[in-house]
Ligand binder design. Structure first.
Ligand code: NAP
Length: 317
């Protein structure tokens, strides 16, 4: 049986792994079969992670975190978790090959998933002109006119990045004011290739094998208009990935995993949660990393107390 299994390989998971491994707990990490590294793998330049004054590419940062975690003894498995049995003293984690892995403690750090608009055409055209990852798909839109939906930092980042390829980028936002930080807003405002379409939501996305246009609806008076684009990037935020723990761990009103105060302790003893999956507010790489630290320290204390209790029982027997 393992001491700790970590589920998720973003900044929270890897930081938890670094701490747990350095504490000699030899963690096993499930890093996903396709998406190791989490959201930062889809980011370009990360300028606000302390220690990198010149900035660092998201994938490079994640690779360094992985190297650091493995250097101290983390075993990283490129597989998905399909089921969890969290009751009792021994936690059971089933991977996609059907193997059941046992551990005394679990750190759940699965991050969040891209939110969808829910407009007709979006689902069908995802991967065929509709995307949530400018870094992955921007290259396909050279000299084309495309749209980015959203008004937060992600939308500004995606729009700015996409101007490297596209000839024109519309940013469609449902209000007349952005949610993004001032510096990201200014960068987008200063970019001649970006044009903002305010107070508008997506009514539908048109096309058969690729995007041919979209219909916008005014959030002020409901009038509809057409926009000729060949690509749509959806950047309207993320939702915590909690599907594996529904009915097993308590969730908050906003759908994140509930933890005890500032700790990472979930509603089930021996199960700890960290990163975007517990955080509806800050959701930064550095806060996720800090949260991963908290989870590793909480798990370490839990395991030490457990061992101490076992020794006491043994001594009194
Ligand atoms: P976000 O801050 O939650 O912003 C989501 C945006 O999408 C908001 O403008 C929101 O509109 C809009 N939106 C939400 N649901 C919508 C819907 N159904 N239809 C149309 N528009 C919708 O999400 P985010 O931009 O992904 O950022 C998430 C976190 O990551 C933030 O903390 C952000 O600072 C951070 N981040 C940082 C960087 C960076 O520093 N380099 C880059 C990316 C993200 P309203 O404004 O009307 O709510």
């Amino acid at each position: 049986m393992r001491q700790i299994i970590i589920i998720g390989s973003g900044p929270a998971g890897f930081t938890a792994a670094i701490y747990a491994a350095r504490a000699g707990l030899e963690p096993l990490m499930f890093a996903s079969s396709v998406g190791i590294g989490g959201e930062l793998m889809n980011t370009t330049e990360v300028e606000n992670f302390p220690g990198f004054p010149e900035g660092i590419q998201g994938p490079e940062l994640m690779q360094k975190m992985q190297e650091q975690a493995e250097k101290f003894g983390t075993e990283v498995v490129y597989d998905d978790v399909t089921d969890l049995d969290l009751d009792g003293d021994v936690k059971r984690v089933t991977s996609s090959d059907g193997v059941v892995h046992e551990a005394a403690a679990v750190i759940y750090a699965t991050g969040s998933a891209y939110r969808k608009i829910g407009a007709p055409g979006e689902e069908k055209l995802t991967g065929h002109g509709v995307s949530s990852c400018a870094t992955c798909d921007g290259f396909f839109f050279r000299e084309q006119t495309i749209a980015v939906v959203g008004g937060g930092d992600s939308a500004m980042e995606e729009a700015t990045f996409l101007t490297r390829f596209a000839s024109k980028v519309y940013v469609i936002h449902r209000r007349d004011e952005l949610k993004a930080s001032k510096i990201m807003q200014q960068r987008a405002f200063d970019n001649e290739k970006i044009e903002f379409i305010w107070n508008s939501e997506v009514a539908s996305i048109e096309g058969e094998s690729g995007v041919t246009g979209m219909t916008l609806r005014s959030t002020v008076d409901g009038t509809e208009s057409n926009l000729d684009v060949t690509g749509v990037f959806v950047a309207i935020g993320n939702d915590p990935r909690t599907h594996l723990v529904h009915g097993k761990l308590d969730l908050t009103d906003v759908g994140t995993i509930a933890v005890d105060g500032r700790s990472s302790r979930t509603s089930v003893e021996g199960v700890f949660a960290a990163g975007d999956v517990i955080d509806p507010t800050y959701r930064q790489a550095i806060t996720a990393a800090g949260s991963g630290t908290v989870a590793a320290l909480d798990a370490e204390h839990y395991l030490a107390a457990r061992e101490q209790a076992a020794v006491s029982v043994g001594a009194s027997a």
